[in-house]
Design a binder for this molecule. Sequence first.
Ligand code: PEP
Ligand code: MG
Length: 324
Amino acid sequence: LTAELAEIAGEPAQTPDGHCINLYVNTGLAAEIERALEIGCAGVGLHRTEFPFMVSTRFPGESEQADDYRQVLEAFAPLPVTLRTLDVGGDKPLPYFPTHDENPFLGWRGVRMTLDHPEIFLTQLRAMLRASAGLENLRIMFPMITRVEEADQAAALVRRARDELADEGIDTAMPALGAMVEVPAAVYQAESLARRLDFLSIGSNDLAQYLLAVDRNNSRVASIYDELHPAVLRAVAEVAATGQRLGTPVTICGSMAGEPAVAPLLLAMGMEGLSMSSGRLLRVKRVLRTIPYSAARSLLDSVLVCETPGEVRQRVNAEMDRHG
Ligand code: PEP
Ligand code: MG
């Protein structure tokens, strides 16, 4: 950490003309938790729960999971911690639970799998709720939402898990519930999702992959995978605008959120927060503290009419140069 970056660790993510945004961290491993606590943040915008499932030889049980979740909830309390429900399949296979998908990214992943296995889903939800007892900073987020019914069913399972626990004498606060917007269909149903849930979080890694039809891990087509593609930016901006219109907070937790040059655009779109790996946070904060909101708004207006990623990149870089 350079001294200059360390200096702003305790400062707010505020533009020179007074606009603030929350900077959250993405976590998954214990080491990431420690790192995030050192640099300061507004909480956890995405805690990926897959890792303990991937390194295990079987599904971890409720208590085992609850211990993991308690660790992260407690570390950040009273700041909000967003636990994402299991997102296996796609690029995150479980050796002991093969999905046999010919097209894993278009297959049985995220809530598609967990809704088909309520026993797996309920165990995880009960573990999350149990871990949150007495802390009240839990938020739960569902990956790969494609249909509004999935959001309804997932929310119903959270209520059921809470009722079960209450019957067992464990009272837990109702967590805020959110959907990831990472399937193009969810962009066009952002309004319906926002009405049903407490928050939305844009998974720009998958959203870009699905909008551009490019496997995000295939180096052959890596050059087509571009988060500054105008279609990706417009989709992201549209979701943010929908959230603002309805008063539902929208955050973004894909790697785009940790790109310092892109952060002013995301702020100008009206995001409530950006969630990124902790290694990115101070650099993003430095840029936000340098570029005025008014300049970010003009930049956004100008990139939303660009026709190519190259034009977008040129404008974004020119703005960065202007502000040193
Ligand atoms: C995303 O898709 O942008 C995201 C944050 O989730 P993951 O990278 O875990 O799929
Ligand atoms: Mg994703």
